[in-house]
Each structure stands twice: as structure tokens, then as C-alpha cells.
Write a protein that binds this ligand. Structure first.
Ligand SMILES: [Zn+2]
Length: 149
């Protein structure tokens, strides 16, 4: 027999967790859909650095651009929120672009992340000076740039 007091604090944790999980699943599916859409709209090029990304076939990518499997994780296409979620950015087509995992992560690693436009300009300057990727990746990117997209 439960006392009125314990009935009062009854909370359906299982149901709450289920709702939470299905929302997380929906969000990640939405993320993936928008990432795929942006990837194709950008012709497979990173929003920030302009170099090629891979979406679902890393080995074909490695063969085409002669990069090593160790370089693949950094070059994966991720969904990048132009306005970050923590700043109120939404998971919508107008707020999502496709960017390398590396370029995406570096932007958000900064103490005060730059906005998308200044960050993109900064990446471009560093790309021009060969100071964005390490030597191997820079060579890969130069090769990829000579291949028409
Ligand atoms: Zn990039």
C-alpha cells in the first residue's frame, strides 16, 4: 500500500526515458538527412576549407584521393550548425552545412568560437599558407583540387 505522499512523487522514468530516446533518435536522423542534403548541394566539398569530404564510402574516397585510412576520420562529412545548438541554432536546412569533422571540431574547440564567416576566412588563409592540414593531408588536398569536381 503506497502512502499518498509517495504517490505524489511518482514519476514514470521509463516513459520519460523512452520519450527522450525517441527524440534523440529523431534529431540524429534529421541531422543525417540534412548533412546528406548539404553534402550534395556543396558537391562533396567542405563548407570551410573547400576540400573533398566522404559521406558513406570511406574506402572509395581513400582510393580516389590517395589518403590513408588514418586520415579518413578527419575528412568525414559532418553536419555543422552555422549557429550552434547551444546558442539557439536549430537543426534545419538553412542552419546546417556539411563540413569535415576536423574543420567542424576546430571551430568549436576555440574558447570563443568564431562565427561561420570569419572562421571560413581564417581557414582559407591557413589553407593558402599550407597551415591547415598536416603535410600529408595538404598534399592530398592539392591533388584533389587539381581534379575537377
Ligand atoms: Zn574542411
Amino acid at each position: 500500500m503506497t502512502s499518498p505522499r509517495s504517490r505524489h512523487v511518482t514519476f514514470d522514468y521509463y516513459r520519460a526515458a523512452t520519450v527522450e530516446l525517441s527524440f534523440a533518435k529523431w534529431t540524429s536522423q534529421q541531422n543525417n538527412r540534412l548533412r546528406t542534403h548539404a553534402f550534395h548541394a556543396q558537391h562533396g566539398r567542405c563548407y570551410y576549407c573547400g576540400a573533398p569530404m566522404w559521406l558513406d564510402d570511406p574506402l572509395a574516397f581513400a582510393r580516389e584521393f590517395r589518403c590513408t585510412t588514418g586520415q579518413l576520420p578527419a575528412l568525414r562529412a559532418t553536419a555543422e550548425h552555422l549557429i550552434a545548438v547551444c546558442d539557439g541554432g536549430k537543426t534545419t536546412a538553412t542552419n546546417i552545412v556539411a563540413a569535415h569533422q576536423l574543420c567542424n571540431r576546430r571551430r568549436h574547440m576555440a574558447k570563443t568560437p568564431l562565427g561561420p564567416k570569419p572562421y571560413r576566412a581564417r581557414v582559407a588563409r591557413r589553407m593558402d599558407g599550407g597551415r591547415w592540414f598536416d603535410k600529408n593531408l595538404t598534399a592530398m588536398v592539392r591533388l584533389a583540387r587539381s581534379v575537377p569536381s
